[in-house]
Design a binder for this molecule. Sequence first.
Ligand code: NAD
Ligand code: 44H
Length: 494
Amino acid sequence: MQTLNLMLHPELKNDLPEKIIQFGEGNFLRCFIGWMIDRLNKKNIFNGRIVAVQPTPHGRVIGKLNAQDGLYTTVLRGVQNGATVNEKEIITSVSRGINPYTDWQKVLKCAEDPAIEYVFSNTTEAGLSYNNEDKAEMTPPQSFPGKLTLYLYHRYRYYNGAADKGMYIIPCELLEDNGILLKKLIMKYARQWNLPASFCEWLNEHNKFYNTLVDRVVSGYPKDEAEEFNKELGYADELLVCGEPFHFFAIEGDDCLKEKLPLQKVGLNVAVESDITKYRQRKVRLLNGGHTANVPAAFLAGLDTVAEMMQDKTAGRFACHTIREIILPSVDMDKKMLEDFAEAVIERFQNPFIKHYLLSILLNSTSKFKIRVLPSLLDYHRKFGEFPQELLFAFAAYIFVYKPVRVDKNHLYGLRDGIEYELTDDEENIIKLDAAWKLYNGTPEGAEATAAAVIEDVVLWDADLAELNIVQSVGAYLYRLDKEGSRSVMESLL
Ligand SMILES: NC(=O)c1ccc[n+]([C@@H]2O[C@H](COP(=O)([O-])OP(=O)(O)OC[C@H]3O[C@@H](n4cnc5c(N)ncnc54)[C@H](O)[C@@H]3O)[C@@H](O)[C@H]2O)c1
Ligand SMILES: O=P(O)(O)OC[C@@H](O)[C@@H](O)[C@H](O)[C@H](O)CO
């Protein structure tokens, strides 16, 4: 089978100028930003391409991307407004990839290109952070903000701080106020590295940092179906990426960006508004919270993907009930907007074509529970004067998946039906969960001690949860999870 590249498909060649530098080359960016820019180009609107930079030394995408001349296939499958969508497309919006660890000068050369005005990124939440060991002399610094600081500093020097050479910087990491955060990190590097004050002024006055919220379920390379895809497409594509048709991109911005990057003009579901808080809140609480509140219990019940969870008589009903009846009413926002979004989320979770593995959603569950579920538990109590049993159970199910048979640094190994599974989380969190489980001796009192050790840890939750008096209830669910199993407890709550 031949590999996808321009030799195989010479008609796909284009010479559009590079206009975007993108830090990240992962599945999500390829199926979201790459796909959107491709949409614009195909309508003759933006007419520019993306240079993708690998964010860490361990990348495996850039080599493949260049071997495929920047081409890759997106497969969008699902049910939208009652109709089945199955869209396969070759994306031609990426010109090339750069490994900055071997070709840092090529990255800096992009900073000299006046046509490259946009920065996009998605380096996971972990990537949008400060690294004390980064130095201005490194080629390149380890962190993404460190790399971007040197990139912008090079542009600033090359153009002598020209006002019209600032950049539009649009990070897509799923963190609140990601644009503001990225700017702060760059400013911190500039100070730490003693870069001139005039550079900071140029950054402030002539560069725009945008806060964003991205939404599309992207399941990545379809390893179980690769053979079938190759046959159907007539080529092998190691970068093929599967996702759902639904997409939503909220950018906290102004009309200037709408005009420069007219994503809405080609029918993309994009909102450029002065405040995107409501979009973020509804997504984090209902969709991401809908995952994090339900996935541990479904996983413990023996299920493996979100679609399986939704199809399951007990877990599916429990997930819908938790989203509609517990999470939704806890959020203070326009009810109709929330209801429409909740129904859309349920339909998206039911997508039979997407294999979204519960284990991949379980990655870093501690911080996800804190940000995505805990606010619903607290707000529900504030509004209705009681804690919802479903979320107390979800708290217990999160603790229960961390019941270790062994741990190894940031990995914890649990046992389900006699088979080991692996969870990844911050090493400090793993140490705490491991220590908490050492208190469990198979009794209700032991389960309560385990629950107390987790719930009353102020550092884990950035809050003192001891005063809520939920330890007894969560401990009781923990005990029942051990003795009865997840399915039985879910059924009793329905
Ligand atoms: N897949 C989805 O459905 C989806 C949807 C919306 C948002 N996201 C977010 O996108 C992120 C990436 O998801 P993906 O599916 O593209 O995964 P992926 O594994 O395909 O890509 C991960 C990317 O992040 C980079 N990265 C990983 N750790 C890093 C670190 N410590 N510092 C810098 N860069 C780092 C990798 O090099 C790679 O470019 C996730 O954090 C997720 O929250 C994913
Ligand atoms: O990607 P994560 O690991 O941050 O969270 C898991 C899912 O909740 C997430 O991937 C959603 O499917 C996605 O955020 C939808 O836009």
